[in-house]
Write a new protein. Structure first.
Length: 199
């Protein structure tokens, strides 16, 4: 990844940045999951490993896509393209956008399209995260439900503030850090929802 920024351009490849970030976050997720399994085993030698509920799989899948677009946004400096919300300038999608060919390249290399997708995928992540929080609440896991709901609310708020501030570095870094907290909250909540009775 670092080598990609040493030839012809001062910035690293946003694609490699995304791969690097997603790999790191996958490792964090696995460590949290295994750690929670081991904690349950330490408390009860008969404890069984937790399984991932279907809603947890969907929530993490949508979040992974959003994290990828977040890395693209950072790597392309796409946050600077438009510093307004909810519209991009005066339009929901800028009509003067120059399109790359082939069309699919726009979803990786066009800063305007990348920012647009990152803005709106956030609401899809929020919908799945809130559904997971509701499921946890109904199962009596009130603390976990509050953690997920609070983290997704804070993450969206920080994303909006990042845009409106013109990508002020402290807010942007807080937005990135909150993404990790949201991921861990979703993994931990999914783990609790997938716990099975001891043998």
């Amino acid at each position: 990844m670092v080598a990609s920024g040493l030839v012809d351009r001062p910035d690293v490849s946003h694609i490699r940045l995304a791969v690097h970030l997603l790999t790191a976050l996958a490792i964090i997720s696995v460590l949290v999951w295994v750690g929670l399994d081991l904690r349950a085993l330490a408390r009860d030698p008969e404890a069984r490993p937790s399984h991932m509920p279907l809603l947890g799989i969907w929530t993490l899948s949508v979040l992974a896509v959003q994290l990828m677009f977040g890395a693209y946004t950072a790597g392309l400096d796409a946050g600077y393209a438009f510093s307004s919300w909810p519209k991009m300038g005066d339009e929901w999608f800028p009509s003067g956008t120059e399109w790359l060919q082939p069309f699919l390249r726009n979803f990786a290399d066009n800063p305007i399209v990348v920012q647009f997708v990152h803005r709106w995928t956030a609401w899809l992540v929020a919908a799945f995260a809130i559904a997971l929080a509701v499921m946890a609440w109904r199962r009596g896991l009130r603390g976990y439900a509050a953690l997920v709901a609070g983290a997704v609310f804070a993450q969206i708020l920080l994303g909006i503030l990042t845009l409106l501030s013109g990508v002020e570095i402290q807010i942007a870094v807080a937005h990135q850090a909150m993404a990790v907290i949201l991921l861990v909250a979703i993994v931990a909540t999914s783990h609790r929802l997938g716990e099975r009775p001891a043998r």
